[in-house]
Design a protein around this ligand. Structure first.
Ligand code: ADP
Length: 390
C-alpha cells in the first residue's frame, strides 16, 4: 500500500475560481482519511487532483515519495469509487469486476482468482452471473467496490460512495467499508459531506470550508478540541449550542455571563481566559447538547453552572431525549444587571438543545433547572472565531 504527500496544493479553475487553497496533508500507509465539509468546499476537486482527473494548479503531490503531478491517472495505481457506481448494465457482476483487468491484459486465470477473492470479501459470490439491474443498491455499490479491489491499487479514492443509498443501507455499507478497510489494510481517501459518516469511518478527518483546510485530526480530537467555531458547529449532531457571552471575573473566579445568567468556569479554563486577556471581553460560549444536565444527581454535582429554562421542544430518540429550550420567560428576580427590553427579547429567541436520558421528567412547557458540564464548555473568540479554550 502507500503513503501520500500533498504540499501547498492549489486548484484554480480556468474561470479563475480558486477551489482549493494551500492544501497540506501527509497520509500514512493504511490510513482511512476523510475529506468532509459543506457542498462546494473543494473536497471532490482535491480528490480528483489526487486521482489525476483534474490538473494540480500549484503544489506538489507525491505517492511513496514519487512526484505524481504529471503522471497519467491510469499510471497512478489508484482506484476510484464514485457515488453513481458507473457499472456496465449489459455486463454480469463478474464481467463488471473483471473489466479493468481485461483492459490491462491480465492473464485470465489471474483475473478469475482476483474476482473470486474479491467476491468472497464482498459477499458477492452468489451474484457473479447477475446483471446490475437485478441487484439492490447496496449490492451494486459492493460490485463497484469489487471492481476497485481486484485492481489491488495502492490507494482507494471514494467520492460520496454511499450517497445514493437509503438511510438503512448507508449505515450497513458504512460498517462494511470499515471492515473492508481493516481486511485489505488499504490506504483510503473518502469524500463525504456527512459528518456522521466522517466520524464513524475515518482514522483522520480533514475538515474543509471554502477551499481551505480548517483542521486535520482524529474524530475524537475534532469532537473534543475543535479549532474554531466552524469545526465546532460542523462536527456533532445535534449541533453545538453557541451563546454570546461576556467573560467576567471576581478575584480568581472567572464567569461567562449570558442572557441574565452566569456560569463559573473551572480553574483551568479560567486561567487560560485570564492569561489571554479575555476578562471584560465578549466571547462565544459553546456547549454540546450532551454536556447539559438536568437529572437530580447531575445537578447536585454541578452547582456552579445552573440556570432555569423553559422547555419548548421534546423529541424522543429512544434511550435519549432531545430537549429544546429558551431561557426563562420572566426575568429572574436575582438578576441585578440592567438589560434593555431588546436584549431581553433577543435572549428569549436563542434556542438551545440538550440531549438527556429518556428518564427525564421534562416535557413540553416545563420549567426546569439545567446545569452545564463545566469541563466541556468551549470558548471562542468573537472576532477570529478561533477556539480560546476547549
Ligand atoms: P465539494 O466536493 O466540496 O462539494 P467541489 O470540489 O466539487 O466541492 O467544488 C469546489 C468549488 O469549485 C465549487 O464552488 C464548484 O462550484 C467549483 N468548481 C468545480 N468544478 C469547477 C469547474 N470546472 N470550473 C469552475 N469551478 C468549478
Amino acid at each position: 500500500m502507500a503513503s501520500l504527500s500533498l504540499k501547498h496544493i492549489y486548484k484554480i479553475y480556468p474561470n479563475g475560481y480558486e477551489a482549493v487553497k494551500d492544501f497540506n496533508l501527509e497520509v500514512e500507509d493504511k490510513e482511512f482519511i476523510i475529506f468532509v465539509g459543506p457542498s462546494g468546499c473543494g473536497k471532490s476537486t482535491t480528490l480528483r487532483m489526487i486521482a489525476g482527473l483534474e490538473d494540480i494548479s500549484e503544489g506538489e503531490f507525491m505517492i511513496d515519495g514519487k512526484i505524481m503531478n504529471d503522471v497519467e491517472p491510469k499510471d497512478r495505481d489508484i482506484a476510484m469509487v464514485f457515488q453513481n457506481y458507473a457499472l456496465y448494465p449489459h455486463m454480469s457482476v463478474k464481467d463488471n469486476m473483471a473489466f479493468g483487468l481485461k483492459l490491462r491484459k491480465t492473464p485470465k486465470h489471474e483475473i478469475n482468482k482476483k474476482v473470486k477473492d474479491a467476491s468472497m470479501i464482498l459477499d458477492l459470490a452468489q451474484l457473479l452471473d447477475r446483471k446490475p439491474a437485478a441487484l439492490s443498491g447496496g449490492q451494486r455499490q459492493r460490485v463497484a467496490m469489487g471492481r476497485a479491489i481486484v485492481r489491488e491499487p495502492k490507494v482507494f479514492l471514494m467520492d460520496e460512495p454511499l450517497s445514493n443509498l437509503d438511510a438503512k443501507l448507508r449505515v450497513q455499507m458504512r460498517s462494511e467499508i470499515s471492515a473492508l478497510h481493516q481486511r485489505l489494510g488499504a490506504t483510503i481517501i473518502y469524500v463525504t459531506h456527512d459528518q456522521t459518516e466522517a466520524m464513524t469511518l475515518g482514522t483522520r478527518i480533514v475538515v474543509m470550508k471554502d477551499g481551505v483546510v480548517q483542521q486535520i485530526a482524529s474524530p475524537r480530537e475534532l469532537y473534543n478540541n475543535p479549532c474554531n467555531l466552524f469545526v465546532a458547529g460542523f462536527i456533532g449532531s445535534p449541533q453545538m449550542n453557541f451563546i454570546n457571552a461576556e467573560c467576567t471575573a471576581v478575584g480568581n473566579d472567572v464567569y461567562l455571563e449570558f442572557d441574565f445568567h452566569k456560569v463559573k468556569l473551572d480553574a483551568e479554563k479560567a486561567k487560560v481566559l485570564k492569561d489571554k486577556g479575555y476578562v471584560g471581553k465578549k466571547v462565544i460560549m459553546g456547549v454540546r447538547p450532551e454536556a447539559i444536565f438536568e437529572s437530580e444527581h447531575d445537578l447536585k454535582n454541578h452547582p456552579d453552572t445552573q440556570f432555569q429554562v423553559k422547555i419548548n421542544g421534546y423529541e424522543l430518540l429512544g434511550s435519549e431525549v432531545l430537549l429544546y429550550f429558551n431561557l426563562l420567560n420572566e426575568k429572574p428576580a436575582e438578576v441585578q444587571r440592567q438589560f434593555s427590553d431588546d436584549a431581553y427579547e433577543n435572549a428569549k429567541k436563542v434556542q438551545w438543545s440538550a440531549k438527556v436520558s429518556a428518564a427525564t421528567n421534562a416535557r413540553y412547557g416545563s420549567t426546569i433547572t439545567v446545569a452545564l458540564d463545566a469541563e466541556k464548555i468551549h470558548v471562542f473568540d468573537k472576532d477570529t472565531e478561533e477556539a480560546i479554550v476547549n
